[in-house]
Design a binder for this molecule. Structure first.
Ligand code: SAM
Length: 355
């Protein structure tokens, strides 16, 4: 990567959001797979594993937030780039009070809203369900100031979550600034911004391992392909094409982590966690064992820190098979795809100079 950025110059940077339309079209055209199709998917176990990681992350930071609050105080969450609402049940389980869901893909936002209505109806019928209010709108979080679209522009959030999507904003500095400001500006001091993103260092490491002139690497599940040679990557707009078996075929951008930290600091967000999926799995398995068992249907084994292959073996056994797929388990290819990612968390400080 080239040298660190001067974040003061962000406004001067051109928007350069050429790829957001491509991304929005891609997600708008994605068909919603039914339960049967999902169970047949080649990335069935990887999806479950990713969902488990998201649950662990959400639980970790919701617990910290609840710790700061008195019983009965409201809990407000922004799900930025919410997609079709894959995390709605997690928000229900976290017993939040209000949720804001936004995504660039209108079709996804509509599906998300319908899922929410279903959850609400179910909660009304069952004494175990939890009801929460929600608002939905489609917009580009890298170009639009989200607070202006909230029902209450003075709303204070406790948590902002951006799952598997933040990297799209690293197309240009102006877009990254806009997205970080959206994450930060309505967060209460003490609140958190949490995200899952591809690990740029891991991507570059795997590309280098593929050969000195390699532009592409991957396996049967996923591939990453750069158009340009990678010796002088820019801090923003370091574009590659990401393909994931039957789900994603989209341009994405490397997130240079020190630059992200610097941008966040400008908006009062202090880095509190940066952990690869592999390490987060090892760190949180003890607390998430039961959930993992429910998601995968088998006993988990104790995981120890060890090299890639050994750790995969642990995960494979831990993940086990699923009732609907008695002959399957998380494949090595899926493990390689999921270990491209990292979780990160930032805490909102009272003043930006506190960071
Ligand atoms: N967060 C959801 C989840 O974890 O299930 C969806 C993740 S999906 C991989 C990425 C999502 O980011 C898509 O729904 C896409 O439409 C959305 N997205 C991409 N660029 C965006 C942008 N500039 N503004 C808002 N949403 C965007």
């Amino acid at each position: 990567f080239s040298d660190a950025i001067d974040t003061e110059d962000a406004e001067a940077d051109s928007i350069g959001a050429a790829n957001t339309y491509v991304v929005a079209n891609h997600y708008n055209e994605l068909k919603e797979a039914g339960r049967k199709e999902r169970h047949k998917s080649k990335i069935f176990y990887m999806r479950n594993f990713n969902n488990w990681i998201k649950s662990q992350l959400i639980n970790e930071y919701m617990s910290l937030i609840k710790h700061q609050k008195r019983l009965g105080e409201s809990l407000r969450v922004l799900d930025m780039c919410c997609g079709k609402g894959g995390d709605l049940l997690k928000w229900e389980k976290a017993a939040i009070t209000h949720l804001i869901c936004t995504d660039i893909a209108e079709v996804s936002v509509d599906q998300c809203q319908r899922r929410y209505q279903d959850i609400l109806m179910r909660a009304e019928k069952s004494k175990f369900g939890h009801k929460f209010t929600a608002e939905f709108f489609a917009c580009d979080s890298t170009l639009v100031r989200l607070r202006e679209r909230y029902m209450d522009a003075s709303l204070q959030l406790n948590l902002v979550s951006c799952q598997f999507a933040f990297h799209y904003c690293f197309e240009s500095q102006a877009q990254a600034e806009c997205m970080v400001r959206n994450a930060a500006e309505c967060l209460q001091p003490g609140g958190f911004f949490i995200a899952t993103i591809p690990d740029a260092y891991e991507i570059v490491r795997r590309l280098r391992a593929a050969g000195p002139d390699a532009r592409k690497f991957g396996n049967d599940m996923y591939s990453i392909e750069f158009e340009e040679e990678i010796n002088n990557l820019p801090l923003f707009g370091a574009k590659y094409q990401f393909r994931l078996e039957g789900v994603v075929d989209c341009p994405e951008f490397l997130v240079h982590f020190p630059t992200l930290v610097k941008l966040c600091r400008k908006y009062g967000l202090q880095l509190v966690r940066r952990t690869t999926f592999a390490d987060y799995y090892a760190e949180t398995l003890a607390q998430g064992r039961q959930l993992l068992q429910r998601m995968s249907g088998l006993e988990t084994v104790h995981v120890q820190r060890c090299g890639d292959d050994q750790q995969y073996e642990h995960v494979r056994k831990a993940f086990g098979t699923h009732r609907s797929r008695p002959l399957g388990t998380l494949s090595k290819d899926e493990w390689e795809a999921t270990t491209l990612y990292l979780v990160c968390a930032f805490k909102k400080c009272k003043n930006s100079w506190d960071t």
